[in-house]
Design a protein around this ligand. Structure first.
Ligand code: ATP
Length: 230
């Protein structure tokens, strides 16, 4: 469904991606792992269309995304969950959910959102500013589902969260995946990555150097942690 081939990217004169190839099939979750500066965020931003100095092919369900601005990519089903979560602090949970327009091909009703996210239903009248980090992350994920995304792109969703919340976000993403939504996430937490995802692209210096499944992640955990500098 999402296919990236030969993705190259630059900041000014400096090339930072050198031909990234990756694929996310329907209902599949994959991660991009790699040490700081490997090019994970640039890869996500290039797919979304927020980084434009790129070459290569980016296709979603056979559509060529390369010439399209971000809002037209969203219409085809890309759902970006930014690292800062982008929650409106003064609006309630429900207002945060219904404010953005439905643009994608598979919008979720509020009812469906609340059945998967009972915590958000309980907190629906609370302002964004009163939510915990984990609740904000849930709201950011719920919002892109409401907008109609068929694939979620997340940049380090567990960053700064306590272990229990990391566990909850993992369970939630697994459930999202079970609803047929694809997931591409940047993640440094290997345990979390293998809880949520089926495959893992190891990025180093702007290139995919290995594609690992969960059994390989378990076998090579120590080596990988060393590589990631954790
Ligand atoms: N706005 C920018 N201007 C110039 N260079 C940048 C910019 N953003 C990122 N880079 C460089 O591009 C390379 C890839 O950065 P990127 O943020 O994609 O890596 P990353 O794997 O997501 O790392 P991190 O986990 O630190 O965000 C790095 O060398 C980084 O210094």
């Amino acid at each position: 469904m999402l296919r990236v081939q030969g993705l190259k990217a630059w900041y000014g004169e400096a090339q930072v991606l050198f031909g990234v190839d990756l694929e996310v099939k329907e209902g599949e979750a994959v991660t991009l792992v790699g040490r700081n500066g490997a090019g994970k965020t640039t890869t996500l931003k290039s797919i979304i269309g927020l980084h434009r100095s790129v070459q290569g092919q980016i296709q979603l369900n056979g559509h060529d995304l390369s010439p399209l601005p971000p809002h037209l990519r969203a219409r085809l089903g890309l759902g970006w969950v930014p690292e800062d979560r982008g929650i409106y602090a003064s609006l309630s949970v429900e207002e945060n959910l219904i404010l953005p327009p439905v643009v994608g091909p598979e919008p979720w009703s509020l009812e469906r959102i609340y059945s998967l996210f009972p915590r958000l239903k309980e907190r629906r009248r609370h302002p964004g500013s009163k939510l915990s980090g984990g609740e904000q992350q849930m709201l950011a994920i719920a919002r892109v589902l409401r907008m109609g995304a068929s694939i979620l792109l997340l940049d380090e969703p567990t960053e700064g969260l306590a272990p229990l919340l990391v566990q909850q976000i993992g369970t939630l993403l697994s459930e999202v995946k079970a609803h047929g939504i694809s997931v591409l996430l940047v993640e440094q937490n290997l345990r979390f990555a293998s809880q949520v995802a089926d495959r893992h692209y190891l990025l180093s210096q702007g290139q995919v150097v290995e594609v690992l499944d969960n059994s390989q992640i378990a076998l090579k955990e120590r080596e990988l942690l060393q590589h990631l500098g954790i």
